[in-house]
Design a protein around this ligand. Structure first.
Ligand SMILES: O=C(O)CNC(=O)c1n[nH]c2ccccc2c1=O
Ligand SMILES: [Fe+2]
Length: 214
């Protein structure tokens, strides 16, 4: 067990160096195959159980076209998971892995002293063109400095399924197009440097987000 943990720790150390360099240079960093197929699958199973348990609530209600019957298009559905959540061992394991990487990145970032985070927000875009309009996660210095998102969507094809995350880094004419691929981990600065939007999703789209506080 110890041997396994020390290998894991060494891997997170290596990952943290890459994340630090990438964040410093671009303000955005994506890591693929973060936990591997089996663990990713276990996390997805727990998320589907949360959804089946009906505890996911509407994250944001947006006004539908006035012509439509129900005034609102249901946006993303969310629920918050923390250490006390039963039957969420794998989601909790994910959070501890995210923490392991961020703690090491933070130790190298003089400008930040990251020592707190939110609970994990499990979000499901139910499909039928649900999206998230262009926004900044932390526009008014609420303390959040890094957004960390883990995607759970197998065989996602943006052409068929939509749901692309588009980030418009401030002061650059480049746009980052991030596909919400299974077992992908994404980091980006939460403040005004990274306005972003989720394009309409045509099928269910799952993600788990944690925000780290400075
Ligand atoms: O899923 C993504 O790729 C990006 N997702 C977001 O930017 C995003 N940002 N802020 C939120 C606040 C409340 C509920 C959901 C969200 C949300 O999906
Ligand atoms: Fe966001």
């Amino acid at each position: 067990k110890e041997q396994y943990l020390s290998i894991l720790w060494a891997r997170f150390q290596e990952l943290a160096c890459y994340v630090l360099e990438c964040l410093t240079k671009y303000g955005i960093c994506a890591i693929d195959k973060f936990l591997g197929e089996a663990t990713g699958q276990e996390i997805l199973k727990e998320v589907l159980q949360l959804r089946a348990a009906g505890i996911m609530r509407q994250g944001q209600l947006v006004h539908g076209p006035s012509s439509s019957r129900n005034k609102y298009i249901r946006g993303d559905m969310i629920t918050w998971v923390d250490e006390s959540e039963p039957q969420a061992e794998n989601i909790q394991y994910l959070i501890s892995c995210m923490d392991a990487v961020v703690v090491q990145v933070a130790s190298k970032l003089e400008a930040y002293t990251i020592n707190e985070r939110t609970k994990a927000m499990v979000a499901c875009y139910p499909g039928h063109r649900t999206k998230y309009v262009r926004h900044v996660d932390n526009p008014n210095r609420d303390g959040r400095c890094i957004t960390c998102i883990y995607y759970l969507n197998k065989n996602w094809d943006v052409k068929q399924h939509g749901g692309l995350l588009r980030i418009y880094p401030e002061g650059s004419d480049q746009v980052a197009n991030i596909e919400p691929k299974f077992d992908r981990l994404l980091f980006f600065w939460s403040d005004r440097r990274n306005p972003h939007e989720v394009e309409p999703a045509y099928v269910e789209r799952f993600a788990i987000t944690v925000w780290y506080y400075d």
